[in-house]
Design a protein around this ligand. Structure first.
Ligand code: GLP
Length: 223
């Protein structure tokens, strides 16, 4: 497993982490190996790709909450080495602060990515020019709809988010993109076989020298 070998070979790694269903298996494997004493995160640091605007860290729909539950509370990252954009308060200012923290860390060694059904990476949504740094985005209707089941109260469904930019992602030394399920099959096929275009943000990964794409059969079914 790429994330595991990264940490074993370089315990001080800077990891770029993602949320959603796709990375859950990877986080589970990491936790199992941590419990067996095979991996240690006490010297590693992490930067999450994105966060919703307007959700407190303790909101179950926030990516802070997701990361605590699915990874951080079960392994031994030091809290001061964990970075997630803040969705509380002024998102534009929070995005600028996050960009500064990213610049100070010396670069991401391994960036984990999921894939949106519309080909987004992080929350770099289709249609606009590639934006290279951390910024605030308006979410597309398809992303808002995909999130609907996750929010009990429809009024809580976020319409904006902070995301690392395409440039931040491309600066990572290695990238691991994971996509699972049939709903990703078209985006996977367009990413692999289509043109490099802002209409499908994941297509920009063709310009990176070290990308691993991990798919289940359903996500690979349109290849
Ligand atoms: C959200 C996140 C993305 C993630 C995508 C896919 O939109 N911002 O970073 O890749 O969901 O999620 P899932 O893996 O649940 O399909």
């Amino acid at each position: 497993m790429l994330l595991l070998s990264q940490l074993v070979e370089r315990p001080k790694s800077v990891l770029g982490l993602a949320t959603g269903n796709s990375p859950l298996g990877v986080y589970q494997r990491l936790i199992e190996n941590y419990r067996k004493g095979l991996v240690d995160m006490s010297r590693a640091s992490s930067f999450n790709l994105d966060e919703y605007c307007g959700l407190a860290p303790e909101h179950p729909g926030s990516y802070h909450y997701y990361m605590e539950k699915h990874l951080f509370e079960q392994v031994n990252f030091r809290p001061e080495n964990i970075h997630i954009p803040s969705g509380v308060g002024e998102c534009e200012a929070n995005a600028r602060d996050y960009e500064l923290e990213l610049k100070k860390c010396g670069g991401i060694d391994l960036q984990l990515l999921g894939l949106g059904q519309n080909g987004h990476i992080g929350f770099n949504e289709p249609g606009s020019a590639f934006i290279f740094h951390t910024h605030k985005v308006a979410l597309t209707e398809s992303t808002i709809e995909a999130n609907r089941p996750l929010f009990e109260n429809p009024g809580d469904i976020p319409r904006h988010a902070i995301t690392m930019g395409v440039g931040n992602i491309l600066e990572a030394r290695k990238i691991l993109l994971i996509a699972t399920g049939e709903s990703k099959a078209q985006a996977v096929s367009a990413m692999i076989h289509g043109d490099i275009t802002p209409r499908l943000p994941a297509s920009i990964l063709h310009t990176h020298a070290n990308v691993t794409v991990l798919l289940d059969r359903a996500a690979a079914s349109a290849l």
